[in-house]
Design a protein around this ligand. Structure first.
Ligand code: SF4
Length: 692
């Protein structure tokens, strides 16, 4: 029985590690305290500063506790929930009636629980009847998801649990910096090394993660694809391929092999800047042990060729027989809290619950039967996230946004902000007045992680239960209550329950038989088993390890991708001679909407900066702290210089967590990957000038 101030076992609201924690409500009802939860195997009690301070946002002075509606005078003023929901339903319906269903858009988030992601997709498709829904996870790991699907027939970020990492012989971390993004995960790599395994880090910066590596390769941003091809070339040339594995468990090797052989090491050195001896050393470390892994994150994925870049690293795993075997394989370290589950339940432009394809007639029929609608009434695929944001104010004239802050996090952010400002109507559900919420016609204050129950799916594909630990303040409602209220106002009285477990029960049925099958998972099982891995059909065990017998393709074989190097969409030239890459710092999370409101985190990471090499700084006449104007073809950002020899001299780095003058995404390039529709956050050309 739950006593008033008893601790509740739950999970951190932030990244995809979904660390377990106990949360104890304060006796006076103001906030809660985080306590260790050592029995949860993923983090065994360890938390980073973001997790430790997460309760601060629950009791923050700046959280929203009443709806806001924009007046005729242009100000956001408090309103009742009835007034606010009436205004949102009227705004969406007015646009639909005047311009058609697809003139209304919905934008979700990779932090929303599975239940919310499911309900949001259903709301878009049967209450609004719009095809125009996508979410910010498109900006996160969509390239890895597409490459996973192409190679293995199934996308689960890690096809093995994290606990397998210390048991492998070598890990190649590509464009991943867990020391900043998910520090409790570092222990897996420390244990790997303690067990005699080796760690290779591929990153243009010598990050805190790279400092722990046995070998650090620092390619020019945007050239990871060529790097992987160069390594595969050497694997072939040195006779290190696993011919039996290739013959028995793969298809497409000849084309992939031919493409790799066109990337001889000296050419790859010229493209990437990584010396040939280091390429050889990497191949030697990777191929020496009997097992190895490649783990990618945003570095190779957030590129206009992200799918092929990840595909090239998968090719390396397949050619060496390091996939579909114990303690071996390719995996993606997903970023957002529910980055995995968020892409499985229907808030993606092209997908239905259970990770089903929206264009598949059988999938449409199944989901339509669960929803009690005619399959022909379901809209088709819509625009991807950036394309949807780019269409705001023209083809898409009203938007409902949940769990995202694209004014800070979208590429070419000044343009996206202009597009949002040009909408006929914008409604935002959020916990604080984010930079995007501040532009809304109606702002709906919603409950936070600790005030509601729901499931998330962590980067391992482990479905977890975030339990309600304390009551929300008066005046806020859950996202599920918001969708229930809006659907009723739009004439859909049934099908949008407000209890998360009821939504989950329907999600189970909707996902049954699909690639991400949750039908055997229940809240009770999650509680009893410290999470359950999908796929988990009714009556089955969850599956922590995939592909050991066969891959999820029709013939059971993994597919090589015949990929070749191509340049980033933008290369340095006389006007923009320097490369910009963007990323994260440990004390902030995503657009910073929550973490920028936590004093301790702000003290640790108070604002943006431009990281640059001493040689570049000397050339520019900049010293530590000099304000630098960084200009790309899309705009200008200003932030102080942070000088370090941990970055290449041809590249500057900016974290993207802040709005305003230092907004890094003002600069980034929305050039899209043709398969995943991922924008090229990780590389563009800029000019850097000291100010004053
Ligand atoms: Fe939360 Fe991620 Fe930090 Fe764990 S590593 S405490 S999940 S932000």
């Amino acid at each position: 029985m739950h006593t008033p101030h008893a601790a509740t076992a739950t999970h951190c609201p932030y990244c995809a590690l979904q660390c377990g924690m106990n949360l104890r409500p304060a006796p006076d009802g103001a906030g809660a305290a985080v306590e260790e939860r050592t029995e949860f195997p993923v983090n065994r009690g360890a938390l980073c500063g973001k997790g430790r301070t997460a309760p601060a946002v629950l009791s923050s002075r700046v959280r929203l506790t009443e709806p806001l509606v924009r007046t005729r005078a242009g100000r956001l003023e408090p309103a009742t929930w009835e007034e606010a929901l009436d205004a949102v339903a009227a705004g969406l319906a007015r646009t639909r009636d005047a311009h058609g269903a697809d003139a209304v858009g919905v934008f979700g988030g990779g932090g929303l629980t599975n239940e919310k992601a499911y309900a949001l997709g259903k709301f878009a498709r049967i209450a609004l009847r719009t095809s125009q829904i996508d979410y910010n996870g498109r900006f996160c790991m969509s390239s890895a998801a597409a490459a996973h699907q192409r190679a293995f027939g199934l996308d689960r970020g890690l096809p093995f649990p994290l606990e397998d990492i210390p048991r492998t012989g070598c890990v190649v971390l590509v464009g991943s910096n867990p020391a900043e993004t998910m520090p409790p995960a570092l222990r897996y790599f420390t244990e790997l090394k303690a067990n005699g395994g080796t760690l290779i880090v591929v990153d243009p910066r010598r990050t805190r993660t790279a400092e722990q590596a046995d070998l650090h390769l620092a390619p020019r941003p945007g050239t990871d694809l060529a790097l992987a091809l160069g390594l595969l070339h050497l694997v072939v040339a040195e006779g290190r391929t696993d011919e039996a594995f290739i013959a028995e468990r793969t298809t497409g090797w000849e084309e992939a092999r031919a493409a790799a052989m066109a990337h001889w090491p000296e050419l790859v050195e010229r493209i990437t800047g990584v010396p040939v001896p280091k390429l050889r050393e990497a191949v030697s470390l990777f191929c020496a042990p009997s097992s190895a892994m490649v783990l990618t994150a945003r570095g190779p994925e957030q590129q206009s060729k992200g799918t092929d870049t990840v595909g090239a690293w998968i090719n390396l795993c397949l050619a060496t027989g390091r996939a579909g075997r114990p303690h071996s394989g390719y995996g993606c370290l997903t970023g957002q809290g529910n980055g995995q589950g968020g892409r499985e339940h229907g808030q993606k432009a092209d997908q239905l619950p259970g990770y089903r394809k929206l264009t598949d007639p059988a999938a449409r029929a199944h989901v339509a039967s669960v929803w009690g609608v005619d399959p022909d009434a379901l809209p088709g695929p819509g625009r991807s996230a950036y394309e949807l944001l780019d269409a705001l104010g023209t083809d898409v004239r009203a938007l409902l946004l949940m769990g995202s802050n694209p004014v800070v996090s979208a590429p070419r952010a000044a343009h996206v902000e202009d597009r949002i400002r040009s909408l006929d109507f914008l409604a935002v559900a959020d916990v604080v007045l984010s930079e995007t919420a501040a532009l809304a016609d109606v702002v709906l204050p919603v409950t936070q992680w600790a005030e509601e129950t729901g499931t998330t799916t962590n980067l391992e594909g482990r479905v977890l239960l975030r339990r309600r630990a304390l009551a929300p303040p008066p005046g806020v409602r859950s996202d599920l209550e918001v969708l229930h209220g809006l659907a009723a106002r739009l004439g859909v009285e049934k099908g949008f329950p407000t209890a998360a477990e009821e939504v989950f029960e329907e999600l189970r049925r909707a996902s049954a038989g699909g690639p991400a099958d949750y039908s055997g998972i229940s809240y009770a099982r999650i509680e009893a088993e410290q999470g359950v891995f999908w796929p988990c059909p009714e009556g089955s065990e969850g599956q922590p390890r995939l592909f050991l017998d066969r891959f999820a393709t029709e013939d059971g074989r993994a597919r090589f991708a015949p990929v070749s190097h191509r340049d980033a969409a933008e290369l340095p030239d006389a006007d923009y001679p320097i490369l910009l890459t963007t990323g994260r710092v440990v004390a902030q999370y995503q657009s910073g909407a929550q973490t920028r409101r936590v004093d301790e985190l702000n003290a640790a990471a108070p604002g943006p900066f431009v990281e640059l090499h001493p040689r570049l700084a000397a050339r520019l006449g900049a010293v530590e702290g000099t304000p630098l104007a960084v200009t790309s073809r899309r705009g200008r950002a200003v932030a102080p210089a942070r000088i370090t020899d941990a970055i290449r001299a041809d590249t500057v780095f900016m974290p993207f967590h802040w709005p305003g003058e230092g907004r890094a995404n003002t600069l980034t390039n929305p050039a899209l990957d043709p398969t995943s529709r991922m924008p090229e956050f990780k590389v563009c050309a800029v000019r850097v000038e000291p100010l004053g």
